[in-house]
Design a protein around this ligand. Structure first.
Ligand code: FAD
Length: 450
């Protein structure tokens, strides 16, 4: 169906971008926002597009993936980027904002849009079978866009689970650190897997008893994040923070996720005392996940503690570990390429709930969806940006089949590998140049639609 009217649930970063992109194209939008009638545990202001934690949209370096993403958003006329520029505070190479000014600017621009009607109420149903409040689902819209963020409220989450299937909606993010493969010490690290079917897929950091002892002691004493008031402190047994496992006893890790059974260290010809495994994070095999290392250690501490592992002495982190409340779907399984639910084609998702991660990424996702539906309303199709671009790579992450799907922020590692070998500094420049030129060609080719 051509979208002639839209309901957007959630006036966060993604919801505002999406609503304005649709309304600019002449599609009437109702924007539902539950604040100030109800606040999630992290939100405190009645304004739209509240930045719940840091006030930074991260780097503006055009040779960083998030810097590129912001440039692409500006090319597409992003509302968030305009409001961020108006509320900017000095922060070196980062784009940081006065959060109150930013949210006030966003609220004013969205509320003043003649094509957007704001309704302050909590949406508790998407009309899924078994909903407790089915008559409260927004009615009479051609498309329903869920941009309710990582903390959508239990009823809405239950309704979404009713449409996607319980096992495709996650409520907790247990993220292990991810490291840059080019910075691993390959003199120490060796390839090998626990199962023959995974042969060569994993890399291994072998440890002597003394090295394990040092690592174990650092895990116990490392400074930890304070939990937010709304965060559940209960963890599933299968994804305990590594420091919690370490607290259970000296050998818990060595008998568990760091078990060395079946491995021989090629340098010594012997079985190591313990071993930390690295799993490729992307098809390029240039980013690796530290298996079993989901953690609540503070960021600086993570770098210090994990660099104690042999082979990781000088490793660079492309993502640090975390464990927090985060509602997101198994995107490759449940979302079509246009971010609609495969099980309910009139329902679309935008923002963090799709499995993108971060302020900029959430806004970019909402912007793209808004543009995509606006073009569709004109009877045309907007193809996704190319995977060589920052936005295209992020959207491709939501489509790529992945049994271990986890939210991701913008990364060079999500893009197809470079065709030529290059050093670290050159790699970033080459990725960035390719991204800019591919995004510009896409813009040019889609000009009639975009
Ligand atoms: C505690 C916490 C801290 C974070 N810190 C950072 C950080 O520092 N940097 C970073 O880049 N990312 C951070 N994130 C991740 C993420 O980038 C942000 O959550 C981001 O705001 C997501 O954008 P969004 O538009 O998808 O959702 P949100 O910005 O959360 O917007 C969702 C909106 O929907 C409304 N809503 C929710 N449910 C309903 C409902 N049922 N009916 C009507 N309205 C509803 C909410 O009130 C909210 O206004 C953090 C996430 C959390 C949970």
């Amino acid at each position: 169906m051509l979208p002639a009217s839209a309901a957007v649930i959630g006036a966060g970063l993604a919801g505002c971008e999406c609503a304005v992109a649709l309304a600019d194209a002449g599609i009437p939008v109702t924007l539902f926002e539950m604040k100030p009638l109800r606040f999630s545990g992290a939100h405190i202001s009645p304004d739209f597009a509240e930045l719940v934690c840091s006030n930074s949209f991260r780097s503006e370096d055009p040779h960083s993936a998030v810097g590129l993403l912001k440039e692409e958003m500006r090319d597409l006329g992003s509302l968030c980027m305009k409001a961020a520029d108006a509320a900017r505070v000095p922060a070196g190479k980062a784009l940081a904002v006065d959060r109150k000014l930013f949210a006030a600017e966003m609220t004013a621009r969205v509320s003043a849009h003649p094509g957007i009607r704001v309704e302050r109420r909590e949406i508790r149903s998407l009309g899924a079978p078994g909903d407790r409040n089915p008559d409260e689902a927004p009615q009479g819209y051609d498309v329903l866009i869920v941009a309710a963020g990582p903390l959508p409220g239990n009823d809405l989450a239950a309704s979404l689970a009713g449409l996607t299937g319980e096992d495709s909606l996650y409520f907790y993010d247990a993220v292990a650190p991810v490291v840059d493969g080019a910075t691993l010490n390959r003199d120490i690290i060796f390839a090998g897997s626990r199962r023959s079917s995974e042969d060569g897929d994993y890399l291994n950091c072998p440890m002597t008893r003394e090295e394990y002892q040092r690592f174990h002691a650092a895990l116990l004493t490392g400074r930890r994040f304070q939990a937010h008031a709304h965060e559940e402190e209960k963890h599933f047994e299968g994804c305990m923070p590594i420091e919690t496992l370490a607290e259970r006893g000296f050998m818990t890790l060595a008998f568990g996720p760091m078990k060395p059974v079946g491995f021989i260290d090629p340098r010594t010809g012997k079985r190591p005392f313990a071993l930390l495994q690295l799993r490729p994070e992307n098809l390029n095999r240039d980013m690796f996940n530290l298996v079993g290392c989901q953690t609540k250690l503070a960021h600086g501490e993570q770098e210090r503690v994990f660099r104690l592992v042999p082979g990781l002495e000088r490793v660079e982190f492309t993502r640090l570990g975390s464990m927090h409340r985060n509602t997101f779907v198994n995107a490759p399984k449940v979302l079509a390429g246009d971010l609609s639910l495969k099980s309910a084609p009139g329902v679309f998702l935008a923002g963090q709930i799709t499995g993108v991660e971060g302020y900029v990424e959430s806004a970019a996702c909402g912007l793209w969806l808004g543009r995509c539906l606006a073009v569709k309303a004109g009877g045309k199709t907007l193809p996704p940006p190319p995977p060589e671009s920052a936005m295209g790579a992020l959207l491709a992450h939501l489509r790529a089949p992945n049994p271990n799907f986890q939210p991701s922020n913008a990364q060079f590692g999500l893009m197809p590998p470079l065709e030529i070998k290059a050093g670290k500094a050159d790699r970033k420049r080459l990725y960035a140049e390719r991204a800019r030129s591919s995004f510009r060609s896409w813009m040019f080719q889609s000009t009639t639609g975009v």
